[in-house]
Design a protein around this ligand. Structure first.
Ligand SMILES: [Fe+2]
Ligand SMILES: [Fe+2]
Length: 226
């Protein structure tokens, strides 16, 4: 597993989270390619251009699927290369990394669902349940196909998605100063961590997204299993 994944798993202090938040706000967004722009514009049309709890939920549903696609392809590759133990081991390390990232996105999603429920925010069955699943379905097969044919492009697309998420969470904290005084209580604190406020929770999630982005960018150079 990469050092980046381990670094992300360590929960940060309030001061560290403030510094990471400032770093994101001071950094430029990546230049997004065709598929990323299509997804972001489609989401803006459906859910509004400003970040919101409901829009983040949709983003997290979609964010999990490239890791699922990579995991599945990794297992297929291991099956057909198990005669070369060192090669199989290297692929398995990649699969394990995908699983850690997938679990991390899962906690993001569960915490957002919990917040939406607790705040009694409006959820539309079609817009917030059916459409996200359809988006995730399409995005899964796009990631799967790219990973099978041009894995570097699959990593790049994911890096763009993660970069977008990192900046959206940072902007959300900036736009909502009231989050600084809202306590974070969750059934998933033991799994994901405890934070002094919702602002710090979202700073941590944004930091996770940056870690995912850096991991994907690091794989572009050596995208193919070898
Ligand atoms: Fe996430
Ligand atoms: Fe992410």
């Amino acid at each position: 597993m990469s050092n980046l994944a381990e670094t992300s798993n360590r929960r940060r202090t309030h001061e560290e989270l403030l510094a990471e938040h400032r770093a994101t706000l001071g950094a430029r967004r990546m230049r997004y390619g065709f598929f990323a722009q299509l997804l972001f514009r489609g989401m803006d049309l459906l859910y509004g251009s400003r970040p919101s709890f409901q829009k983040f939920k949709v983003l997290e549903i979609v964010a999990r699927v490239p890791y699922q696609a990579w995991e599945v392809i990794g297992y297929v590759a291991i099956t057909h290369t198990s005669a070369d133990q060192y090669f199989a081991r290297r692929i398995f390390d990649r699969v394990r990394e995908s699983r850690v990232q997938q679990d991390n996105e899962q906690w993001h999603l569960l915490i957002l669902e919990e917040l939406i429920e607790r705040k009694k925010l409006r959820v539309n069955f079609f817009l917030h349940i059916v459409v996200p699943q359809a988006l995730a379905f399409a995005y899964y097969y796009l990631s799967w196909l790219l990973y099978a044919v041009r894995p570097d492009l699959s990593y790049l697309l994911n890096a763009e998605l993660e970069d977008h998420a990192e900046h959206e969470y940072a902007q959300f904290v900036l736009d909502h100063p009231e989050l600084e005084s809202e306590p974070f209580h969750s059934a998933f604190e033991a799994d994901y961590g405890s934070f002094g406020s919702l602002a710090d929770l979202f700073r941590q999630i944004g930091y996770d997204e940056r870690t995912h982005k850096l991991e994907s960018l690091a794989h572009i150079e050596n995208a193919r299993f070898r």
